[in-house]
Design a protein around this ligand. Structure first.
Ligand SMILES: [Zn+2]
Length: 602
C-alpha cells in the first residue's frame, strides 16, 4: 500500500500566488557583479547582500562565520614540445590539484583514450580507461597522462595510483570548465588528508586536446606543467533563516543551496540563491499557517571546498539534524532559460510520490526521478534525513542534442556551466517562477502533512531489491539472504506501522504528543534507511566524493565472483562484516517498530 500524498490546495495556491520576481531579479543583477570565490571579499559581499535583503524584509537571519578549507585555483601553465617545436597551451587547474607553486613538472605525455560522460548521472563515473587492465609495466607510470573528460576525483585518484606525475584533461568543448578534483568531502580530517590529490592537474579545451592527441600519435611529446593554487582555512559566511512552525516547531525541513560560484555563476547558482531568498519571503508571509519549521541556508565552499559549507553545517548541527530534521531539499541551478523538462530530477525512493505529484500539481509537467548522486550539497546522508532534489528543471534532452550540448552538472544543461559564459542569458525568471512553484508545493506539503510524507516502505523495498541482486551476484561466495529476509520483514512491518499510524491519527487528530511520537519514529526509519542505502562509512562521517552504487557497503558482492581467486577470501571477510553491520541496523529499527516500543498501539 502506497501512502497517500497530503495536499492542501488553499495553502499551496496561496503560496504559489505569492511568488514575485522582484527580489530574484534584483539578486541576479547584484550577483552578476560578484565572482563569488569562497573566502574572498566578493563572496562575503554576496553573503552580506542576502542578510541585508532578509533584514529589509523583516525575516530573522543568523549569520555564521566558520573557517572552511578551500583551494582557489589561480592559474596554470602547460608547455608542450612536439614535432612542431615548443608552444604553450591554454589551461586551467581544478581546485585541490597539487600546486607546484611555479615549479615545472616535466615528462613525456602518455595518451589514454577515454570517453565523455553520456549524461549528468555518469559524470562521477571512473572511466574504464583510467583503470589498469594489463599486467607488466604501466605506460602511465612516471609520465604525464593525457585523457578526455572532466578531472573528476575518482579518475584523478586512479591515475595517481598508476604513477602519473601530472594529469591533463581534455574537455568536450571550446570552453574549459572549472571544477574540483579532490575526493575529500568538506574539511579534511587528519586521516582523510592523505587522500588529497598529489599531482598537478590541468584542463584544456577540445581543439587544443585534439591537436595534442594527434601530436602524441606521431611521436613522443614532452610537456611541462606548472600550477598555482591557494589552499588553506578561509573565513566564510553562512546565512541561515529559521521560520518557526506553529504546531511542531522543533521538527524542521532544511532547504539549502550554495552561493559561491565559478565566475559570476548566474545559472549555477545565483538563480538558486534567488529562489532561496524568494522562498524565505513567501514562507515568512505564510508563517502563521505553517505547522513545522523550515530552515533556509546559503552555503559557501561548494565549488572550491567540495561542499565545505554544508558539511560544516552537518558537523556543527549534527544533533539537531539527527533528532529533528524531517528532510533536506537541495536547490542548485533552477530557473535556467529553456529548462522546461523535469526528467532527471534526483530524489530518494521514499520521496518519489511527493516529488512527482508536487511537480505535476505545480506546473503540470511529468517528472522522472533518478537516484541522488554522491554529489551536490548532499552532506547529510550519514546523519540520515531523506534527501530530495539537487538539480531540478533541464533543457529537454532533444533540444540539448540539437544544440550540440554535452553532459554538464548544472545550469539546466547549458554548457555555459562553470565557465565565464554563465551570465544573465543563462537564466530565465519565467522558468524560475515555475521552479519556485514546484519548491513551494513540495515544501508546504512537507511542513503541514500530519505525518511526514515519505514512503519508507518504498525505501526498504528498494534496499531489499538491491541486496537480493547482490546476493545473486555473489553466488556461493557469501550469503546475503539473511539480510534479504530481514529487509522483507521490515517492508511488511513499515507498511502496517504506517497504516496503523494513519488510522490512529484519524481517530485522535488532537493528540499532539502522539503525533510527535509517530513522526519521531518516521525520522528513525530515515536514520536507518538513508545511511543503509547511501553510505559506505560510519554515521556522522562523510564518505568520499566518488561514485558508488546503492547499499554501497555490499557493492563488492557484484565483483567477488569475477575477482582473482586469491582475493576472494579477503572480499568475503569484508562482505560478511558489512552484512553483519547492516543486519544490526535493521534489527534496531525493527525493534523500534514493535508495538511496545515505538509502535502505534497505546
Ligand atoms: Zn551548483
Amino acid at each position: 500500500m502506497a501512502i497517500d500524498v497530503y495536499t492542501d490546495d488553499l495553502l499551496e495556491t496561496a503560496a504559489r500566488e505569492a511568488i514575485r520576481l522582484d527580489e530574484p531579479g534584483a539578486l541576479l543583477d547584484r550577483f552578476a557583479t560578484l565572482v563569488r570565490e569562497s573566502g574572498t571579499h566578493a563572496e562575503h559581499d554576496a553573503g552580506r547582500y542576502l542578510v541585508e535583503r532578509l533584514e529589509a524584509l523583516g525575516i530573522p537571519v543568523r549569520l555564521h562565520a566558520p573557517e572552511l578549507y578551500i583551494s582557489l585555483p589561480d592559474r596554470a601553465e602547460l608547455s608542450v614540445v612536439d614535432d612542431g617545436g615548443t608552444r604553450s597551451v591554454r589551461c586551467r587547474p581544478p581546485s585541490f590539484a597539487r600546486s607546484t607553486a611555479g615549479e615545472q613538472i616535466s615528462g613525456e605525455i602518455c595518451y589514454v583514450p577515454s570517453r565523455y560522460a553520456a549524461g549528468t548521472a555518469s559524470l562521477f563515473d571512473v572511466p574504464d580507461a583510467a583503470r589498469r587492465d594489463s599486467a607488466g609495466e604501466d605506460p602511465v607510470a612516471g609520465r604525464i597522462v593525457l585523457t578526455e573528460g572532466f578531472s573528476m576525483p575518482g579518475t584523478v585518484q586512479a591515475f595517481e595510483r598508476r604513477g602519473a606525475i601530472a594529469q591533463i584533461f581534455i574537455h568536450p568543448g571550446a570552453n574549459i570548465h572549472e571544477g574540483i578534483c579532490t575526493s575529500i568531502w568538506g574539511a579534511p580530517t587528519a586521516e582523510s588528508l592523505t587522500r588529497k590529490p598529489r599531482t598537478p592537474v590541468v584542463c584544456i579545451n577540445r581543439p587544443d586536446g585534439t591537436a595534442l592527441v594527434e601530436a602524441a600519435g606521431r611521436g613522443p611529446v614532452r610537456a611541462g606543467v606548472r600550477t598555482w593554487l591557494r589552499e588553506g582555512w578561509m573565513p566564510c559566511l553562512v546565512p541561515v533563516v529559521e521560520i518557526r512552525g506553529r504546531v511542531d516547531p522543533d521538527e524542521f525541513l532544511l532547504v539549502h543551496g550554495h552561493y559561491d560560484s565559478w565566475y559570476v555563476g548566474i545559472g549555477d547558482n545565483a538563480t538558486g540563491d534567488a529562489a532561496l531568498l524568494e522562498l524565505a519571503r513567501v514562507l515568512w508571509g505564510l508563517r502563521d499557517r505553517l505547522d513545522r519549521s523550515v530552515r533556509i541556508a546559503w552555503w559557501p565552499g561548494h565549488s572550491t571546498g567540495r561542499y565545505a559549507g554544508s558539511t560544516w553545517y552537518a558537523d556543527s548541527f549534527a544533533d539537531e539534524i539527527d533528532e529533528w530534521c524531517i528532510a533536506q531539499l537541495d536547490i542548485d541551478s533552477p530557473g535556467c532559460a529553456g529548462a522546461t523538462a523535469y526528467e532527471e530530477v534526483m530524489w530518494m525512493a521514499e520521496a518519489e510520490r511527493l516529488c512527482s505529484s508536487s511537480i505535476r500539481d505545480a506546473v503540470g509537467a511529468p517528472a522522472r526521478g533518478v537516484r541522488p548522486l554522491r554529489a551536490g550539497d548532499y552532506s547529510f546522508n550519514q546523519i540520515g534525513p531523506t534527501g530530495l532534489y539537487m538539480l531540478l528543471s533541464n533543457i529537454p534532452a532533444e533540444e540539448r542534442e540539437a544544440r550540440g550540448f554535452y553532459a554538464v552538472g548544472g545550469c539546466g544543461g547549458n554548457i555555459a556551466w562553470h565557465t565565464p559564459d554563465d551570465l544573465m542569458p543563462v537564466a530565465s525568471l519565467d522558468i524560475l517562477r515555475r521552479d519556485l512553484a514546484v519548491y513551494l508545493t513540495t515544501i508546504v506539503r512537507i511542513l503541514n502533512a500530519p505525518l511526514h510524507p515519505f514512503d519508507y516502505t518504498a525505501a526498504a523495498e528498494d534496499a531489499r531489491a538491491v541486496v537480493e541482486r547482490y546476493d545473486r551476484a555473489a553466488g556461493e561466495e557469501v550469503d546475503l539472504s539473511p539480510l534479504v529476509a530481514d529487509l522483507s520483514a521490515l517492508v511488511g512491518e513499515i507498511t502496517s506501522w504506517r497504516a496503523d499510524a494513519e488510522a490512529r491519527l484519524r481517530a485522535r487528530p488532537a493528540d499532539t504528543a502522539g503525533r510527535r511520537r509517530l513522526n519521531a519514529v518516521l525520522r528513525r526509519m530515515a536514520r536507518t534507511l538513508v545511511p543503509l542505502s547511501y553510505a559506505r562509512g560510519e554515521r556522522f562521517d562523510h564518505d568520499p566524493a566518488t561514485k558508488f552504487g546503492p547499499v554501497p557497503r555490499l557493492e563488492a558482492a557484484t565483483t567477488i565472483a569475477s575477482a582473482a581467486p586469491e582475493m576472494r577470501p579477503f572480499l568475503r571477510v569484508g562482505l560478511i562484516r558489512e552484512r553483519n553491520k547492516l543486519r544490526a541496523m535493521v534489527r534496531e529499527l525493527r525493534a523500534i517498530l514493535r508495538p511496545d516500543v515505538g509502535g502505534v498501539a497505546d
